[in-house]
Structure formats: structure tokens, C-alpha cells
Design a protein. Structure first.
Length: 319
């Protein structure tokens, strides 16, 4: 079984140093509190844009500034250092961080996995007409992933391990999602682990999917993305956290009734055409953390070496 370090020594050292920094400060003017959210630009997080555009944050007295973070690995240290009040993260990197003692806590569910393979929001993608047709064909190949120990990386290793493939022979290289299409087209990588909204764009141009990414790994409805804050910030600002949760929940409820709302946000903030936005696979937006699925995720992370010990996931979720 291939063992993968959850965090590099250098990144861990950086995070531990950052834990000594002052927490982010919320600015309050009258009944309005200003906060900054560090947002990863994937479909799972677009409920933040829906909440903002629909006025749900304003309704609860929050003035939310959204800062897009292309490098997902930068979100945790930016929250801990005080640059952002709230951050967005995939669940595996969040687990890796808390296992190392980083003082953060999950405050709201972002999105969840689907039960249908053709609706999965991630995929193993190769170039059209590639000789790679199956997951086994990836042995000995170079695969692009948005970050080592990221959700796509963790899910892929679990999937490949379940298939009893030689994961150690595969080379995973980190690159931002927007750069994967060109890398695949130019032959710099043999495959990419991509997610929406980037997945549909790659498939519409140079790529073809050989396997879904999440549906065969995690139970349907698993919380695979979430919002978090430092434990100190959450403790000192419980009303801000509750207001944020309320606004996101209202956005999720609206999306459940009419997914066109989030697809419009993808056009507005994702710089994509309506045609592409209307064709991408959307995650399931639930309000509650799906604990059982998160437990399965943590177990698989330990089995494949991304975690070094059993993790009580409920300990890191704000009640």
C-alpha cells in the first residue's frame, strides 16, 4: 500500500508558526459586521456567491468580502494568520491540518457527493484518442492534481488502491485546475484529476473521462467540502458564525429548489459561457454535515497513508 505524507515538513512548520499569529478581526459598523472569506473557485463553494447576490448575508447583518484563492493549500495558513475570517476547504486537507494540531474548526457544510456516476463532479480525464482507456492503464503514468493531499488526490489514491493497482508507479504532479487543460493537450501529463467547473471545460475541448472520481469511493451525500474558521475566532465570534451558517443554509435551500441560481453564479463569477455553466455537474448542497461519510473518508485517508492515526471527526466540527 502506498503511503503518502499528509503534509510536508515545510508546510507543517509554516502552519505551526502561523498558529501563534493573531486571529482575523471582524469589523462591525452598527449592526453590520464585515468579514473576509477565502474561497476556492470550485462549484462546491458557489453557494457563497448565491448567498451574497441574493442578499442573504446582508439580511443577517454580514458584509462579506470574497477573495478567490486558486492555490487551495494557501487557505488554511491564510485563515490561521488572520488574512481571512472564514476559509473554504475540501474535507481531506482539513483533516490533515487538524491531525497536525492546527487550531481550526469546521463551521458549515459546503457541498456533498452525489450517488450517480454520470453526475460526479470530478473525474479521471485523459486526452481524446489516448491509449489510456482504464484506470490500470495509469500505472507508470504522470497525473496532474490540484495539490498533493487534496481531495482529488486523496480520492484517486483510494480508488486506485481499492482496484489493487500499483499506485506507487504513478507520479502525481501539482498544478492549478485552470492549467490542466493545456498540460493535457501538450502532453506534459498523461491524465488529470479535474473537478467542476473545470472538468466540463476540459471534456468539451481536449479530454475524455475514463472514470468518475468520488462516487465509487465515498458514500452518497458525504461532506467533501466545508467552511472553517480558527477555533479562537469561532469561540470569540459565535454570532458571526451563526449568521454565516444561516445565510449559507438559505442559499443551499434556494439552490435545491432552483439550480439555475448557482449556474448563473458560475457564469458571473466563473467566467464561463451559459452553455458550459448549464451543462456542468453540480454537487449536492446540504445544510448538515454528513458525519458517517466523513468518517469513511478519514478511515480511507488512514488506510492510504494520508493520515497517520484514527481521527474523531466530530471533535473538529462546531456544534
Amino acid at each position: 500500500m502506498r503511503k503518502v505524507a499528509a503534509l510536508t515538513a515545510a508546510s507543517l512548520a509554516t502552519l505551526l508558526v502561523l498558529t501563534g499569529c493573531a486571529p482575523a478581526q471582524s469589523e462591525s459598523t452598527g449592526e453590520v459586521t464585515s468579514i473576509t472569506v477565502g474561497l476556492i473557485p470550485v462549484a462546491e463553494m458557489y453557494n457563497t456567491y448565491v448567498a451574497k447576490d441574493q442578499g442573504f448575508f446582508k439580511e443577517v447583518g454580514l458584509d462579506v468580502k470574497v477573495e478567490v484563492v486558486s492555490n487551495a493549500a494557501a487557505v488554511v495558513p491564510s485563515v490561521v494568520s488572520g488574512q481571512y475570517n472564514i476559509g473554504s476547504a475540501a474535507t481531506p486537507p482539513f483533516f490533515s491540518a487538524v491531525e497536525k494540531g492546527i487550531p481550526i474548526v469546521a463551521i458549515a457544510n459546503a457541498a456533498n457527493t452525489t450517488s450517480k456516476a454520470d453526475k460526479d463532479t470530478g473525474a479521471f480525464v485523459v486526452k481524446k484518442n489516448s491509449s489510456i482507456k482504464t484506470l490500470k492503464d495509469l500505472e507508470g503514468k504522470t497525473i496532474a492534481v490540484n495539490g498533493l493531499s487534496s481531495l482529488p488526490h486523496v480520492a484517486a489514491v483510494a480508488r486506485l488502491t481499492d482496484q489493487k493497482l500499483n499506485v506507487a508507479s504513478m507520479k502525481f504532479v501539482a498544478m492549478p485546475f485552470p492549467d490542466m487543460q493545456a498540460a493535457l493537450d501538450q502532453g506534459r501529463v498523461d491524465a488529470v484529476l479535474t473537478v467542476e467547473p473545470f472538468m466540463s471545460q476540459v471534456l468539451a475541448s481536449v479530454g475524455t473521462a475514463i472514470s468518475p472520481l468520488y462516487v465509487d469511493v465515498y458514500p452518497a451525500g458525504t461532506t467533501h467540502t466545508l467552511y472553517f474558521a480558527t477555533s479562537q475566532y469561532a469561540s470569540v465570534n459565535p454570532q458571526v458564525i451563526e449568521k454565516f451558517r444561516k445565510a449559507i443554509a438559505k442559499a443551499n435551500d434556494l439552490i435545491a429548489k432552483d439550480e439555475k441560481i448557482v449556474r448563473a453564479a458560475l457564469v458571473k463569477y466563473g467566467n464561463m459561457s451559459e452553455q458550459v455553466a448549464n451543462s456542468i455537474n453540480l454537487p449536492v448542497y446540504l445544510n448538515a454535515f454528513q458525519i458517517e461519510g466523513m468518517k469513511v473518508m478519514a478511515q480511507k485517508m488512514k488506510q492510504t497513508g494520508f493520515l497517520t492515526k484514527d481521527l474523531d471527526v466530530t471533535q473538529y466540527i462546531l456544534k
